[in-house]
Design a protein around this ligand. Structure first.
Ligand code: KIV
Length: 269
């Protein structure tokens, strides 16, 4: 029963990573879904800036404001009892300086987040060090980073070939800087498997293969809500489910059993 579940802590997530128990994570933007996902056993709720696309109808996540992220983090925190709650820092809210990142993170933490997520590249190592040294738990989002889709030249797999060494070095640098979680989007499954095997902290994947410590999907994608073609790494869990609750429970069960993702269908080489 959900009421009986102990709060998911950073220590618990670390233990899961070390023991190989898979971590199930989904995006969440409101109190009703927070309760539903928490009761279904989702370990981590991510208030993702994907809300710009799935709630606000924007073409990308770039226009999302810090005020929107703060509002939705507060909504999710009210509905959640035991899941670990991550708030996404939106584009422009942490790039100018570590101090700016601190003030933005504080808003999300005060709205109820337990950790903040930043889309990072080399420039952000000092920012992550600054935040974690001051008590803000950080998830570093690497690989494909949607906020910078324009400069990356579109929705492309990152870290193929020689670029894989750079991604591995970045993973090490962010963990050394204090990041307590890594999230990899759209990198080859074999690369994610190597990084997960050597990582001291949990590695969450989206389009990064089944070897990661855990998986995340955008809620609306896995419930098949919204028009348009879904990315290759998405599975429609509503297909064959009688309710949203059942679809979410199947997602949790398949992640925990290592059945989702199926690398033949949902991963990149
Ligand atoms: O904003 C979001 O939903 C995310 C996921 C794609 C990981 O960052």
């Amino acid at each position: 029963m959900a009421d009986a579940r102990k709060p998911v802590t950073l220590h618990r997530l670390q233990d899961m990573h070390r023991s190989g128990e898979k971590i199930a994570m989904l995006t969440c933007y409101d109190a009703s879904f927070a309760t539903l996902l928490d009761e279904a056993g989702v370990d981590i709720l991510l208030v993702g800036d994907s809300l710009g696309m799935v709630l606000q109808g924007e073409p990308t996540t770039t226009p999302v404001s810090l005020a929107s992220m703060e509002y939705h983090t507060r909504c999710v925190a009210r509905g959640n009892r035991s899941a670990w709650l991550i708030g996404d820092l939106p584009f422009g809210s942490y790039h100018a300086s570590p101090e700016q990142a601190w003030h933005s993170s504080l808003k999300l933490m005060q709205a109820g987040a337990h950790m903040v997520k930043l889309e990072v590249s080399d420039w952000a190592v000092e920012t992550v060090r600054f935040l974690t040294a001051r008590g803000i738990p950080v998830c570093a989002h690497l690989g494909f980073t949607p906020q910078t889709v324009s400069s990356l030249g579109g929705y492309k797999v990152q870290g193929r070939g020689e670029a894989g060494e750079l991604v591995k070095a970045q993973a090490r640098a962010f963990v050394q800087a204090g990041a307590q979680m890594l999230l990899f989007e759209m990198i080859p499954a074999a690369l994610a498997a190597e990084i997960t095997a050597e990582s001291a902290v949990p590695v969450i994947g989206i389009g990064a293969g089944k070897a990661c410590s855990g998986q995340v999907l955008v809620l609306h994608d896995m419930l098949d809500v919204g028009a348009g073609r879904k990315p290759k790494f998405v599975k429609n869990f509503m297909a064959g489910s009688a309710s949203i609750q059942q679809a979410v429970a199947r997602y949790v069960a398949e992640v925990k059993a290592g059945q989702f993702p199926d690398d033949a269908l949902h991963a990149f080489q």
